[in-house]
Write a protein that binds this ligand. Structure first.
Ligand code: NAI
Length: 509
């Protein structure tokens, strides 16, 4: 269903199902609900116009409605073509007080199974707000003043658009030297080109109004630090990912839950007794390896970083190179946030019916284009986001002779916990999203200060530890946790305040 400029979702009829799930999720998201209780009356986000690009799930719906409860106006798109839960998107478009015949919710542009063209159109929709009709936008300027990003696509679109505008260059269709993401970047430049045709100062206007971004994930944070180092970041950024209550919880415990969820919903293959290969032993890799071990798999990990490799070994995992153990693996899962981790040569050497999936942010961890280009390969859709790739028997492109076999690839190489399942569960996302809300509050409060009193410049910042501890505190009661309190003498002995923060900045948890 679609109303131009207001929403585009699978079907508004799904709103009731979405609303029930949102209601149950609220119960599991004490951090967000506590922020509503704390700030609902004060409306500290009144005047904030937030463009959100983050997986449009049930948990995200609770985040959106928290931002609205704090006074913000919001427009939303998903940050992945497969990650939307259509019932959540419908419930957001309809809103808690609307009906499918009379939708009154937040403008949302997201459905499961977007094409790349549709995906980038949706991203543009959250950045260009129509003035008037639905009360969104201001003085015909029609744009957000804050971005809430996951992976950095919304931030990237604004930066790239501005670059072309400043250079006075029409974004070209193709560029030489783009080995990966080539097609997607063509799509991005197409969106920019069309925008510039209708308004030559489109991105200048949008960029000027934006006071900052809060970024959810490791990959998006990497992009922000690169921009800041190059002196190209055009607004302040809060790195939500590296709040301890985000990356040490969502990336690890969230994955520990949602990785097996994705594999089970996709394949229903028994994990116990099998060999699972996990590429990368950062926060996501740690959660993935633990999940496989918890199911009784024999887990092999790969790492490039000696510290993480040693951690994996000490945690009891075999650490090896993929090419050395490829023939043993029943599951190969990438968690690196890096590119070209599972290459075609690896996939050719996999066992019959081995499962390949990625749980990092972008699809370039697995060489899907290389797989598709194997001579004689046949792709069969088992169900949406589950594909069997049959590799012909005989001498393969790697010169090795093998019998015909097939491998199962999940979510076409995109993050499988959101493509094949519904992402992380609510409780862990309550931690992540409480950080997001606090980050938005920080940036918006700063925008109201006179320019010479602002705390945030065009750099990347983490939230102060006291707020990180606050997020954790908000989740203790629900789990029946009783904290031990420091005595005054103990606090003095340690050199910390009785009420925290308890650790120095360099502490790593
Ligand atoms: P991280 O930086 O903690 O871990 C990545 C690890 O991969 C590092 O230890 C690095 O040394 C290793 N690595 C890099 N290249 C490698 C290679 N070629 N072979 C083996 N290991 C390699 O990052 P984190 O937080 O674990 O995030 C990883 C990815 O997952 C990012 O793209 C992030 O955005 C994404 N993510 C996805 C989530 C989801 O729900 N699917 C949730 C959170 C993060």
């Amino acid at each position: 269903d679609e109303a131009p400029g207001r929403y585009k979702v699978r079907s508004l009829a799904l709103a009731e199902a979405g609303r029930h799930q949102i209601r149950l999720a609220e119960h599991e998201m004490p951090g967000l609900m506590a922020l509503r209780a704390e700030y609902g009356d004060a409306q500290p986000l009144a005047g904030a116009r937030i463009a959100g690009s983050l997986h449009m799930t049930v948990q995200t719906a609770v985040l959106i409605e928290t931002l609205v409860a704090l006074g913000a106006q919001v427009r939303w798109a998903s940050c992945n073509i497969f990650s939307t839960q259509d019932e959540a998107a419908a419930a957001i478009a309809v809103g808690p007080h609307g009906t499918p015949d009379d939708p009154q919710g937040v403008p949302v542009f997201a459905w499961k199974g977007e094409s790349l063209e549709e995906y980038w159109d949706c991203t543009e929709q959250i950045l260009v707000w129509p003035a008037g009709a639905d009360g969104q936008g201001e003085n015909g300027q029609g744009g957000p003043n804050l971005i809430l990003d996951d992976g950095g696509d919304a931030t990237m679109l604004v930066h790239l658009g501005l670059q072309y505008e400043r250079a006075g260059v029409v974004p070209p269709d193709t560029l030489p030297g783009e080995p990966d993401h080539t097609h997607e970047m063509n799509v991005v430049r197409g969106v920019l080109r069309r925008a510039l045709e209708s308004d030559p100062l489109r991105w200048t206007t949008v960029a000027q109004a934006i006071g900052g971004v809060t970024e959810e994930t490791t990959t998006g944070v990497h992009r922000l630090y690169h921009l800041a180092e190059a002196g190209e970041l055009i607004f302040p950024a809060i790195n939500v990912n590296d709040s301890v209550t985000k990356s040490k919880f969502d990336n690890k415990y969230g994955i520990r839950h949602s990785l097996p969820d994705g594999i089970n919903r996709a394949t229903d293959i028994l994990i116990g007794g099998k060999v699972a290969f996990v590429a990368g032993y950062g926060d996501v890799g740690k959660g993935a390896a633990e999940a496989f071990r918890g199911q009784g798999a024999r887990v092999i990990v790969s790492e490039v970083d000696p510290i993480c490799a040693l951690q994996a070994a000490m945690d009891g995992f075999q650490v090896a190179r993929l090419e050395d153990v490829i023939g043993e693996a029943d599951f190969v899962i990438t968690t690196t946030g890096n590119k070209d981790v599972v290459r075609t040569s690896h996939m050719l050497a996999l066992k019959d019916k081995a499962v390949v999936g990625n749980i990092g942010h972008f699809d370039n961890e697995i060489d899907m284009a290389g797989l598709a280009a194997v001579p004689g390969v046949v792709k069969t859709e088992i169900k949406p986001q589950v594909h069997e790739w049959t590799l012909p028997g005989g001498v393969g492109p790697d010169g090795v002779e093998r019998a015909e076999r097939s491998i199962i690839v999940l979510s076409e190489g995109r993050l499988l916990n959101l493509g094949n399942a519904t992402g992380h569960p609510s409780f862990v996302m309550s931690n992540s999203f409480a950080n997001q809300v606090i980050g938005q509050l920080e940036l918006f409060a700063d925008m109201a200060r006179p320019a010479d009193e602002r705390q945030y410049a065009r750099q990347v910042y983490r939230l102060p530890k006291v707020l990180d501890e606050k997020v954790a505190r908000l989740h203790l009661d629900a789990l029946g946790v009783r904290l031990t309190e420091l005595s005054k003498e103990q606090a003095e002995y340690l050199g910390v305040p009785v009420e925290g923060p308890f650790k120095p900045e360099h502490y790593r948890y």
